[in-house]
Design a protein around this ligand. Sequence first.
Ligand code: ADP
Length: 300
Amino acid sequence: MSIAVKHLSKYYGEQAAVDNISFEAKQGEILGFLGPNGAGKSTTMKVITTFIPPTEGIVEVAGLNISEHPLTIQQKIGYLPENNPLYLDMYVIEYLNFIGRIYKLKDLTSRIDDVIQMVGLEKEQHKQIGALSKGFRQRVGLAQAIIHDPEVLILDEPTSGLDPNQLEEIRDLIKEIGKEKTVMLSTHIMQEVEAICDRVIIIKNGKIVANERAADLQTQGDVQVIYVEFEGAVSHQALNDIKAVNKVKQVEKNAFLLETGTDIDARKVIAEYAQRTDLLILTLRKEEQRLETVFKTLTQ
Ligand code: ADP
């Protein structure tokens, strides 16, 4: 495993910011770390990147215990911290040179050229960081995170404050990088997870409340919603009278959303109902729950 977190806790005084969490991430996986503000996302990331020590538990990166091999781990991890602190008075090239020298990289000039191309900073490379837009500053942050070709990338809120165009560009860039590396990114934006993550961990009050493939999370919960469209008219009441149906919402003249429990095959129930009552069904499908609904249910 690229990242293995085992029974990790981090206390600030009496307060458990992270409370006995365990999870893993493997190579080629983009892991979304989702949770409301104050849930413990940044704290977890700071521990994984060796910036702060854990109170309890073990974290391994590329099979190495971070407490025993902090310097090796720093070589293997690229980190974009929250709010992307950069030296605003440095020039892009100068800054990447500075970071590259910290890592003692060989062929630094050609590596900087490569990274500038990867993150799309060709036109801005001779500008001062302070003169760049937020989207380009994020690219500089990503460039410094990948310059030493780390196995694991930890990105804390990488798209916060970007406009929709910048957002899409940075997401595409992360997806591209994520094909080869292990990427863990924190966010409180559901669409981000839907757009780029393979797996999602939801954290609340320092505890993990879900750890699923992004697609699977959408089928969680104890409610299923069925969209059904009939050829002819059906009364709202008649559908409400079907035993398994808990709620009916009319969405068009002959089309309805029906809510049932998850313990039955609701489509079968509705198909049987239509047959009994001589109705023709034009459309019958299970609606995917929006991730946003799942998130709210789990974190409220
Ligand atoms: P998130 O990144 O999910 O917003 P954080 O990891 O930043 O959450 O914070 C988790 C909890 O720990 C919050 O209640 C926060 O106030 C607290 N916390 C974070 N850093 C410190 C610190 N340096 N000292 C004391 N409490 C902190």
